[in-house]
Design a protein around this ligand. Structure first.
Ligand SMILES: [Zn+2]
Length: 497
């Protein structure tokens, strides 16, 4: 067991703090391959819980899971011009298929067999639009085959130069939904629906409030007609793009010849959407809630929701407290609560508290001989607050406490976001904000890519989204906050991960 290293305080070094939280919670570790990470069991369980919740929502809206190959013929990427340009700089290629022994010692004992060179290199998927739509062209013939609603859970590779655990890694896990529809309106509805599902998941499960909206031309996905995104504000006031949904128009349908026969007998190209969220969400969860003692995990996604820590001195006390601990564990498990009973005698209670706090367990139940006599346990919440919990009907009491913690986490994250959002921002305020503490800046935007680039150059801030009506300011901005030309839409700027 790694011994309790201190976690760097956020105020001292936010980025070190972030890494320390991950290492102490045993969510992930650095791998021998630079830029790649190992997801450890505690982190993987968190991912599995995320997957389960999202997968249920995808299936409830008519999507089915499928699996497509990891390798994509290089020529496929070239078929959609914008798309290839978007990914060309970060793809991993397979060019050979064999190694051979050289008879030399050490690291030189093997080399690439030049005779095994592939005629056409294979791209390790950075995303799967091309290979999936190549298959769609075989499977879709008539309007009766539409809509086709698929999703796949898989890994993808994007050759990133600067990586951060969970936030940006060369290989990451995600889901990518891919759909085909008869009309543009249906594709738009689908992209919007999936954005809504991401928002629901992130707010109700991750307790992470998000702003939804549309990306500008310069920020949209390579090959898409329109990109929609969910954006969250982290504790250091930088934005995190937490998911995207694209209306791909007919771009890929034309490149891969995905056509369907209309009821009238004509031939039309389909309209596609794609949408995805990744293991990056785990980084978002960490940076939304955690503190200087380590991970804070919202109860709905906590791999361990409750830990019972019995406290004893004598053998007699041990048999008392462990019996009660075991009984409560069984009761909580029956109620569907993920619970751990910590009976290790190698650690003192204080060290156990420290460890479970760092791992983000929302509720700790301490039970000593005096608690047994009083028919109670002492409940300590990870977000603060201690109160006795009666043993009678303990499962519903614990469930209610977990629901309260979940709600409190969402509320404080939302309050924090609102406290760091400025509306009707002026150019001077904007510059100050981006030089200073950061946050979401709402202001008018003229629509020009030149203006956008200038702002990025000067302040490192980008337009996160043109927000949906719900998030727009009551007063419509009239002028571009940067250049003073007439505004075409309100925009939300921030520096981002
Ligand atoms: Zn402007």
């Amino acid at each position: 067991m790694a011994q309790a290293k201190r976690i760097t305080p956020r105020a001292q070094d936010y980025s070190e703090w972030y890494n320390d939280v991950i290492m102490q919670a045993e969510l992930a570790d650095y791998s021998p391959v630079r830029g790649c990470m190992v997801i450890r069991p505690h982190g993987y369980m968190l991912w599995e819980l995320m997957q389960r919740a999202l997968d249920d929502m995808f299936k409830a809206t008519g999507h089915k899971n499928a699996y497509f190959p990891l390798f994509i013929p290089m020529s496929f990427l070239a078929k959609e011009a914008q798309h290839v340009e978007g990914f060309a700089k970060e793809v991993a290629l397979v060019t050979h298929t064999r190694l051979r022994a050289t008879g030399k010692p050490g690291a030189q004992a093997i080399e690439v067999d030049p005779d095994s060179k592939l005629e056409e290199p294979l791209v390790v998927r950075p995303t799967s639009e091309t290979i999936i739509y190549a298959m769609f062209s075989k499977w879709i013939q008539s309007y009766r085959d539409l809509p086709l609603l698929l999703n796949q859970w898989c890994n993808v590779v994007r050759w990133e130069l600067r990586t951060r655990l969970f936030l940006r890694t060369t290989e990451f896990l995600w889901q990518e939904g891919h759909t085909a529809h008869a009309t543009e309106a249906e594709a738009e509805t689908e992209a919007r629906q999936m954005l809504g599902i991401y928002r629901k998941f992130q707010e109700e499960w991750m307790a992470m409030p998000v702003i939804t909206g549309r990306k500008t031309e310069s920020e949209r996905f390579a090959g898409a007609l329109r990109t929609f995104a969910v954006e969250a504000l982290m504790q250091d006031n930088k934005a995190l793009q937490a998911g995207t949904a694209h209306n791909l128009g007919q771009n890929f349908a034309k490149a891969f010849n995905v056509q369907y026969q209309t009821p009238a007998g004509g031939l039309e190209y389909v309209w596609n959407t794609s949408w995805g969220v990744t293991t990056r969400m785990i980084g978002g969860l960490i940076m939304t809630h955690s503190d200087d003692n380590g991970l804070i995990c919202p109860p709905r996604l906590a791999p361990i929701q409750v830990v019972i820590v019995p406290i004893w001195k004598s053998d007699e006390e041990y048999s008392q407290v462990s019996a009660v601990g075991l009984r409560v564990k069984t009761e909580l498990e029956k109620a569907g609560i993920r619970v751990e009973l910590d009976l290790r005698d190698s650690l003192k209670p204080g060290a156990k508290y420290f460890e479970w706090e760092a791992k983000g367990v929302p509720l700790r139940l301490e039970v000593g001989p005096r608690d047994v006599a009083a028919k109670q346990m002492m409940g300590a919440r990870r977000i603060g607050g201690k109160a006795p919990v009666m043993l009678e009907d303990i499962a519903p009491r614990v469930a209610a406490a977990l629901a309260e913690i979940q709600a409190q986490l969402f509320k404080s994250a939302k309050d924090r976001r609102e406290a760091h959002s400025i509306r009707g921002v002026t150019k001077a305020q904007f510059i100050d904000l981006m030089k200073g503490e950061g946050g979401f800046a709402f202001g008018g935007f003229c629509g020009s890519a030149k203006c956008e680039a200038e702002i990025k150059q000067a302040t490192a801030a980008t337009i996160r989204v043109l927000p949906d009506a719900e998030f727009q300011s009551p007063e419509v901005p009239k002028l571009c906050m940067w250049c003073g030309s007439p505004s075409i839409a309100e925009a939300v700027w921030a520096q981002a991960y």
